[in-house]
Write a protein that binds this ligand. Structure first.
Ligand code: DGJ
Length: 552
């Protein structure tokens, strides 16, 4: 923020409108970095993915109607959906991209962008989405060997033929996307494989893997992944990384494999690419050595350095958040938003309790978020997600996406400029604070909209509708004393801090309104009196405020 003095709102809006204009439609989507912050550029301007992910088996033309219906209801701008190796190359060497053609055509009709998920060698670590000619040919496409010499369920990252075949199919897919979409850029990003790694086995113990394990750790890995305290700076994997060696080696082996696929794909059509992962316990930090407690080899937060070293054609690793606890979500977002790793949440539970995290994720400057199962197929992945498979499931996200939708381009620009902050109500319901430039916001929850807690006879009385945590706010500091707030079920109080510390202050103006389709602010009413005397009490329905403060 300091090096980046806030610009007046009107100028930012103007720049956003210019950037969002079709003039740059031919530009490749790409991820850019500035001062440690990231943006996904689509049509040449920052883009915020307000996404939804379809169910695993919705990757067929007949299933798409129920996906679009849910996406529309959710006010989402982007669909994440699988393209499976088994469906595009059912017979070796003969490709069928008819589903991709339908998908892209329908996405355009629905005015949605696409993030394609390549389900290849690994899908939730297993080989289920490889074609049948791969699945059952262990001689040509070897599986990993465990410590006792038994064949594991997972394909080996040392299978040269597997890599060559997966890469060939992926390259064919990228060539096809370039052919049908190179002029429009409906597809904006590609996930390479899905939740890679291995459950129950730390690494491949097969012959080729064993030989590689005995080799010195590559210099690039050493540069990005520090050895545990007291261990040598170079040597074999075991020598350098001790008890972490097996997991680190497996991460390197898989990352290298993914790199080959991503590099070849980008050589034909250079879309941003990423990996997702099934998380390990985020609260065990520093992370102890693997102990059968998560999928070894996936891009968990503790091995992001290895992925960076071994897979430079992968832009980031994204966390799949299926842990509803707010402390864990806090930790996950911190762990996956690093200088070299843009924050993007490619999957999150679609249960109502996750919706408030959209404020936190978007406010932290993520390039996007996508709850999983935004799809009206008659399938619920409860207890990971919602039980309902209809509008009730989409509703909590729809209300929030609806508030952000008209300003998503502007928001993405503010985020890239480092002006945004995000908070979600914690499970402890405790007050939180956000330090901005010259101002501090205090956020409290379960308040009545009028008056202070001490006015209540019964101090344990709470506002109806706040039985479960659902509050959140995203704040953009758009000028030195000017803010845009999007939030729900929260009380926001401002006080001077930094250069304004100790100065008395008051609201100059608190406008409730919305941004129109062109990014122009439309004021609906001015909050004053009861509506500002006890802080800004945002109701259960997501509300957008433009706030100006002053000191005297
Ligand atoms: C995470 C995976 O990446 C998804 O494909 C899906 O299997 C969900 N888990 C659970 O429904």
């Amino acid at each position: 923020m300091k090096n980046n003095a806030p610009r007046p709102l009107v100028l930012s809006v103007l720049l956003a409108a210019l950037g969002a204009a079709g003039a740059h439609a031919a530009e490749m989507p790409r991820i850019v970095e500035k001062d440690g912050r990231h943006a996904l550029l689509v049509d040449g301007a920052p883009y915020l993915i307000l996404g939804g992910q379809a169910h695993n088996s919705s990757n067929y033309p007949a299933a798409l109607a129920k996906v679009w219906a849910a996406l529309e209801d959710a006010h989402a701008n982007t669909l994440e959906i699988p393209v499976a190796w088994e469906q595009v190359e059912p017979k070796e060497g003969s490709f069928d991209f008819s589903y991709v053609d339908t998908l892209v055509a329908e996405a355009r009709k629905h005015d949605k962008r696409l993030v394609l998920l390549w389900f290849g060698t690994w899908k939730n670590t297993g080989a289920a989405y490889t074609p049948e000619w791969v699945k059952f040919d262990n001689a040509r496409f070897p599986r990993m060997i465990d410590k006792d010499g038994k064949t594991s369920y997972c394909l080996s990252p040392f299978g040269d033929a597997t890599l060559a075949a997966d890469r060939k199919a992926f390259v064919a897919l990228m060539e096809h996307i370039k052919r049908i979409d190179g002029d429009r850029k409906t597809v904006i990003m590609v996930q390479v494989e899905n939740e890679v790694g291995t459950y129950g086995v730390a690494r491949d113990y097969g012959k080729r893997a064993a030989a590689a394990f005995a080799q010195p750790v590559p210099a690039a890995v050493l540069a990005h992944q520090k050895p545990p305290a007291g261990r040598p700076a170079r040597g074999s994997w075991r020598e350098v990384y001790g008890d972490y060696a097996d997991q680190y080696f497996h991460s390197w082996a898989i990352a290298r494999y993914i790199e080959e696929i991503a590099r070849a794909g980008r050589a034909v059509y250079d879309l941003p690419m990423f990996v997702n992962n099934a998380l390990r316990d985020p609260l065990k930090d520093p992370a102890p050595p693997w102990n059968k407690d998560f999928a070894s080899g996936g891009p968990t937060h503790d091995v992001l350095g290895i992925y960076r070293a071994a897979a430079p054609h992968i832009d980031f690793a994204g966390p799949d958040i299926y842990m509803p606890e707010s402390k864990k979500v806090d930790a996950i977002l911190r762990q996956f938003q690093t200088r070299g790793n843009p924050l993007m949440v490619p999957e999150m539970g679609n249960g109502a309790s996750y919706a408030r995290y959209v404020y936190q994720i978007v406010g932290k400057g993520a390039i996007g978020v996508a709850p999983f199962g935004i799809d009206y197929a008659a399938y619920s992945n409860y207890p990971l997600g919602a039980q309902a498979t209809d509008r009730r499931m989409v509703e909590p996200f729809a209300r929030i996406y609806g508030a952000f939708a008209p300003l998503q381009r502007q928001w993405a620009r503010w985020a890239f400029e480092g002006r945004t902050y995000g908070v979600a109500e914690g499970d402890d319901r405790a007050a939180q604070a956000v330090e901005m430039t010259g101002w501090k916001a205090t956020l409290t929850f379960r308040e009545f909209q009028f008056g202070e807690r001490e006015y209540l006879k019964d101090k344990s009385e709470y506002a109806p509708g706040t039985e479960q945590p659902s509050g959140g706010v995203a704040i953009a500091q758009v000028g030195p004393d000017e803010f845009v707030l999007v939030g729900q079920q929260i009380r926001v109080k401002f006080a001077g801090s930094g250069a304004n510390a100790g100065k008395p202050s008051m609201f100059a103006r608190v406008e409730e309104g919305r941004f129109d389709a062109d990014g122009k602010w439309v004021m609906e009413r001015n909050w004053n009196g009861d509506q500002t005397d006890y802080g800004l009490n945002l109701p259960a329905t997501p509300t957008v405020l433009k706030v100006r403060l002053g000191t005297y």
